[in-house]
Design a protein around this ligand. Sequence first.
Ligand code: UDP
Length: 244
Amino acid sequence: MNRVSILGVQFDPITRQEAVSRAMTQIREGKRGYVVTPNSEIVYMARSDAKLKQLLNAAVLVLPDGIGIVHAAKILKKPLKEKVAGIEFAASLIEEMAKEGRGLFLFGAKPGVAEQAAENLKQRYPGLVITGCRNGYFKDDAEAIRDINAAGHSDVILVCLGAPKQEFFMEQHFNELDGTLLCGLGGSLDVYAGVVERAPDFYVNHGLEWFYRLKKEPWRAKRMTALPKFLLTVIKSKITGGNK
Ligand code: UDP
């Protein structure tokens, strides 16, 4: 299916379940690739960063993380099927991986967080194989790559360094990492570990997750001004025909 362009970032118009089944097919066939889940902040950033835009578009799956992207697609009259939050996509993918005893490596977050996330995920999804864990703080990339590959082959490596650091890392080291699918997932390990709470369902279902996070983590306010700027840019691009 044709991708939907939002300010030049090409999103896959698919549901979470469709994304998971495509990812599982890649895993079973051993076809390598990386998955990105850009939100409006990253798309806004990619407007003026050609390299970032190009590497997002080179992903095997580009999933619309956040209600801002879904609104933008509506404004542009090229609706996406649904919001596919990275963390929810990964949870469904892990559930499927567990059924087949697939191997998952957890990379990112502060020391100890990935290990705690691994414990919680193993309990929740028996059958899942955790190939290893590595925190997201390192002096040079080679050191992290060595640690990840020491675990042997992983069907999926979650790369959770925050955006856009994780996207650059996945693209730059794609050929060096021993994993079939690499997924850039921001702060997900903190949530799986129980270090950071996800917004309650009410906020998620009403597209108000950003508001909940703003209440809990007010220091995000500056980053969040990206959302209205992003939507205004989308509206302008529609008027001027500049949404390439
Ligand atoms: N992080 C990391 N290495 C770094 C910087 C950040 O592992 O050099 C981790 C950080 O500990 C956190 C995640 O990356 O777990 C970023 O989470 P955040 O929610 O800020 O990212 P977003 O999902 O907004 O991209």
